[in-house]
Design a protein around this ligand. Structure first.
Ligand SMILES: Cc1ncc(COP(=O)(O)O)c(C=O)c1O
Length: 405
């Protein structure tokens, strides 16, 4: 939704997390906008009904598919924390948001450039749905800026970036890539789920559309699915048109939960970043670990770009075990007590998944040059709000258990 900004324009993002989206006309006399459960919106008379389809601006009652104050408040709040955004569309999942952004800017015959370390369902979308619609996807090395520029052709219309990339955590130079894309008339879309605009205001760094899986940090409690795409005025209008055509809408209950999560987003990200750094620092010293893939950690790949462009991080990073096989890695994961085995991340609790990206690469091999081919079994950790000392003790125990006879 795009609505004129609330009066607290001058305040910091931290303050905005507390105030954003709380318009009096949506909250009434209480703190949070109530859950407006509504499909039908009622009209006073025939004249009003006849007028309604002619008006399609944000924040206007029409029919449930266009949302009501609970969803409008969330969309406005997300716009307020994304500097440079004129509006935000909400989607029923992060993948739906990525699809919504891509379908808003691509047409049959176009070429999409996609970073090779994009979230696997994004990659699958390029190879499946988009291909079926006559859109070609070409993957490029996330770290090769010259290679990206060379891959641009006359039909290239958009690029999908992700920093750091899924699983392997390579850090892209978003400002450089977005600058090249813009100069060549392409739209740059960043999957900004990892840092959120708190750690990386993507539009301010030159991107055109900033996408997030709200399922992760914004929801923050592992109990909802949602996505968002924020952009400046022209692209926001295209996102909105496409989302409306596709019938995208989120439930008011989930929007209220996401708003609740948003209020503590800064606190959780800060704490999880500190916890993750503690665990990553400890892992980097362990003899069982070949490499820690955590751009926030000094000495880890991509740290220079992270330190230059980002003001924050989160609890998600990966590491590669030295030698061994998949069964050994799996014994490690099974031996962990405090880490749930499961997809997703961004909640209050720690999680673990295996990292086997070899089959998810087109432009770049895995393991990459510089890593011993024997060191290829990876683990992704999401570090939650637990005491990091307990998490480290749990990992230490599991590393021993992994090699126990
Ligand atoms: C980087 C990234 N982007 C997008 C998504 C998709 O989000 P959702 O699960 O809400 O569809 C995920 C989910 O794991 C993700 O890790």
């Amino acid at each position: 939704m795009k609505l004129s900004k609330s009066p607290e324009k001058h305040v910091s993002t931290a303050t905005r997390l507390a105030t954003a989206g709380r318009r009096k006309e949506w909250t009434g006399p209480v703190v949070n906008p109530p859950v407006w459960r509504a499909s039908t919106h009622l009209y006073a008379n025939m004249a009003e009904l006849a007028e309604a389809p002619k008006r399609n601006e944000d924040g206007r009652f029409f029919y449930g598919r266009r949302g009501a104050p609970t969803q409008w408040a969330l969309a406005e709040a997300l716009t307020e924390i994304e500097p440079g955004a004129a509006g935000t569309m909400l989607y029923p999942s992060g993948v739906a948001a990525i699809a919504g952004a891509l379908l808003a800017v691509l047409r049959p015959g176009d070429v999409l450039l996609m970073t090779d370390n994009a979230y696997d369902p994004s990659r699958a979308m390029g190879k499946g749905l988009l291909k079926d619609f006559g859109i070609e996807t070409r993957f490029f090395d996330p770290l090769d800026i010259a290679g990206f520029e060379a891959a641009i052709c006359e039909r290239s219309r958009a690029v999908l970036l992700e920093a750091p990339g899924s699983l392997t955590m390579e850090m892209q130079d978003v400002p450089a890539l977005a600058r090249i894309a813009r100069a060549r008339g392409m739209v740059s879309i960043v999957d900004n789920t990892w840092a959120s605009p708190l750690g990386f205001p993507a539009l301010e760094h030159g991107a055109d559309i900033s996408v997030m899986s709200l399922t992760k940090h914004v929801g923050g409690h592992s109990d909802l699915m949602m996505g968002s795409a924020s952009a400046g005025a022209e692209l926001y209008a295209r996102l909105r048109k496409t989302a409306q055509a596709l019938g995208q809408v989120v439930s008011p209950d989930d929007a209220a939960l996401a708003l609740r999560g948003l209020r503590t987003l800064g606190l959780r990200l800060e704490k999880q970043t500190r916890n993750a750094l503690e665990v990553a620092t400890w892992l980097a010293e362990r003899p069982e670990v070949a490499r820690v893939l955590c751009p926030m950690l000094p000495g880890s790949p991509g740290h220079d770009i992270w330190a230059r462009d980002f003001t924050g991080g989160c609890g998600l990073f990966s590491f590669i075990l030295k030698g061994g096989d998949a069964a050994r890695r799996n014994r490690f994961i099974d031996a962990l007590d405090l880490f749930g085995i499961g997809y997703s991340w961004g909640g209050f609790e720690s999680l673990v998944t295996p990292v086997d990206p070899a089959s998810m690469r087109d432009a770049t091999p895995w393991p990459p040059a510089g890593l011993d081919p024997a060191d290829r079994f990876g683990v992704r950790l999401f570090i939650g709000l637990e005491d990091p000392a307990d998490l480290i003790a749990d990992i230490a125990r599991a590393l021993v258990a992994m090699d126990a006879p």
